[in-house]
Design a protein around this ligand. Sequence first.
Ligand SMILES: Nc1nc2c(c(=O)[nH]1)N[C@@H](CN(C=O)c1ccc(C(=O)N[C@@H](CCC(=O)O)C(=O)O)cc1)CN2
Length: 293
Amino acid sequence: MELLDGKKLSQEILSELKEKLADAKGPPPCVTFIRVGEDPASVYYVNSKQKKAALVGIESRLKTFPESITQEQLLEEIGSLNADSSVHGILVQAPLPSHMDERTVFNSVAPEKDVDGFSTNNLGRLVQEDPEAFVACTPAGIAEMIRRYKIKTEGRHVVVLGRSLIVGKPAALLFMRKDPFANATVTVCHSRTRNLSNITRQADILIAAIGQANFVTADMVSPGTIVVDVGINRVDDPSSKKGYRIVGDVDFDAVAPKCDAISPVPGGVGLMTVAMLMHNTMKAWELSQKKNH
Ligand SMILES: Nc1nc2c(c(=O)[nH]1)N[C@@H](CN(C=O)c1ccc(C(=O)N[C@@H](CCC(=O)O)C(=O)O)cc1)CN2
């Protein structure tokens, strides 16, 4: 069983980006993060994105707003960033407070600055297989992990467990693209899927993005499967200093011995998400330079 090491891969990607930027002239790429409220996980993730940006040589700015900000006010702030030519990427950290419509907010980011790839425009361009589309960072990270480990996808059965707009749907689109690193047969399963284990057992590659701790058990996986675990779930753990620990959607100890390869949590896809955000920011910067010449 091979461990799909997100830590090693993400460091590799960040070093490549840093090297690419070292020779760049003029102002560096700049990404602005928007965080609404003080959700501890969001504070942690945005912090970690800022640290990785600094490491690569990408400028990052942070705009924080109280939970009480109205959607209209937030849309105005995003409008100003859309108009600011010194900003190449904009990322609105999710989740947003319940009084906001995430779709409306994500769609208000200018498509060419939408480094999260959550907007209708970028999702549509992903469907059209437009190479200039920004692909959401977690599915992009999954695909990059599979590509860098030289795992064949062509003609193979990829089963995606989960149909979210952020992970499941774009991941399915990525693996069905007409591309030598994709060309897979894709099945998407979700909470209403009947005979789920019958389907997951047919997977050559299983992407678990259902958002439930240890959901994928050993009986759901056939020997030799490649398993990518996208889950980030907190479970109580009195023996840990924090009182909790992070586990994935896969019961790792039971499933790993049956797999050809598996990504761990932590240390897997989460770290790839941040690396792909830096990749997308670089791409937004490069595209803006191309447009201005
Ligand atoms: N605007 C966005 N919001 C959210 C996204 C996103 O892609 N864009 N994804 C998630 C959270 N997220 C990034 O924002 C994210 C999740 C997990 C990790 C990560 O590095 N995970 C570590 C474990 C971390 C831990 O111990 O808590 C790992 O897997 O090793 C990074 C980023 C929701 N919101």
